[in-house]
Design a protein around this ligand. Sequence first.
Ligand SMILES: Cc1cc2nc3c(=O)[nH]c(=O)nc-3n(C[C@H](O)[C@H](O)[C@H](O)COP(=O)(O)O)c2cc1C
Length: 455
Amino acid sequence: MPTDQTDYSPIFEPIKIGNVEIKNRIAMAPMNMNYTDPGGRPSRQQLAYYAARAKGGTGLIVVEAVLATKAPWASTYEKYDNLSIARGKEIRSMANLAEHIHAFGAKVFVQLAVSPGRQGSAEGSGIQPHAPSAVAWEVQPHKLPRGFEPQAIFRALGYQGEIPTTPEGILELAKKIPGAHLGGELPREITVDEIQELVRDIGQSALHSRIAGYDGVEIHAPHGYLMHSFFSERSNRRSDQYGGSFENRIRMLMECIRSIRAKVGPDYTVGVRISASEDLPGGFDPHFTARIAKRCEEEGASFIHLSDGSYEAMNDFLPDKDGQVVEKAAIIKQGLGIPLICPSVHSPKSVAKALREGKADMISQGRQQIADPDWVNKVSEGRTGDIVRCTRCNLGCIGRFMLGLPGKCDLNPMVGQEEFMDEYMKRTYAPVKTRVWQTMQEIGVEPSVPMPGEL
Ligand SMILES: Cc1cc2nc3c(=O)[nH]c(=O)nc-3n(C[C@H](O)[C@H](O)[C@H](O)COP(=O)(O)O)c2cc1C
């Protein structure tokens, strides 16, 4: 029975992003939940997990960070399996994921990631992380999100002594406790040839994404990863064409947009995810990000998807407060001619307000979509009281992710079990091969990659 009579109509206005019509203003933010099968292939669980959110009414699913390079030196993670779309032979399984999500009624973009940069690790992989400059990242203890309190981490690791209260003292102690690592390893400086290899690979991966049936791609450039670290004076000390001036620091991102456009053509939807700010001394602010967003638009991007912070400022990346990024989004939206997606608004009233006030064009939800896949349907039916509200505890999702475990949620025991629910696995057959073939003809691509079904 509908109980909430509030006007939520701004949430249900369709929106066009590039050439893609989306039925409402809610996107599921990209989230790697460690469900990927070995070899970078989508698992049954991954298919069903995304299907649940699509069936719950979410207009747009942005599939988690997907590896968009074949370069072995770029993969410095051992624990976190990423999906991959860099190779032609990966088109088939990634097409199956896009097809599955479409069958449950949502549009689907895929997030293309080339490198964790200095936030990678040689532990396990044996590969030294790379970065614009040899500068390690360091957690700021006062910027840790809920659930990551250093006191709790130290005790969990068996430390019984006194715990300092100052950020400096906490960092010093973390160095002495095995496993309590609160920062990054020293990266090496990435070469210009290596940058160019990543730029080429992301273009090819975008083409694979288009062929696989994704409605659009999103370049992964937030959260302190490689491209973000080029923007920031905290991490970029280069004196070549990738360091120094504003244009130099955003050069790699602009090259990625151009590389993708050259492969997918002008009509395909290509967006960029960037952090709204670094929120740290010497770091960039929303006015700087507004300049990056505008340059992305000039280079042909179709949308901007914001996030915030990095692993140094994790409580911006994983906000403790609802709507924490909205005012930053409003600054970045001024003067921007392409749609802007703002993350982390979970309350239906706050979502409708941010949209009504024109502070964002669309809202993306991460942890809230984990806690309740039916958020959109419940709002549209006036059943907001039935929504399972995410408490931003971070334990089942990012907490488990960082340990290399598959994601769960204390509030929603079905998370991680969706593959056993027929309603999210069964779908009608759609002629994938015909559609893929047509797409290739439309964009004038010779079918040099194997067609799904022929691999
Ligand atoms: C488990 C987990 C994995 C995530 N993985 C990604 C990712 O692959 N790419 C990305 O851009 N952001 C990632 N994020 C960040 C989310 O997209 C989102 O911006 C963040 O959770 C804040 O939104 P929320 O408050 O609605 O959760 C991840 C977050 C979580 C909790």
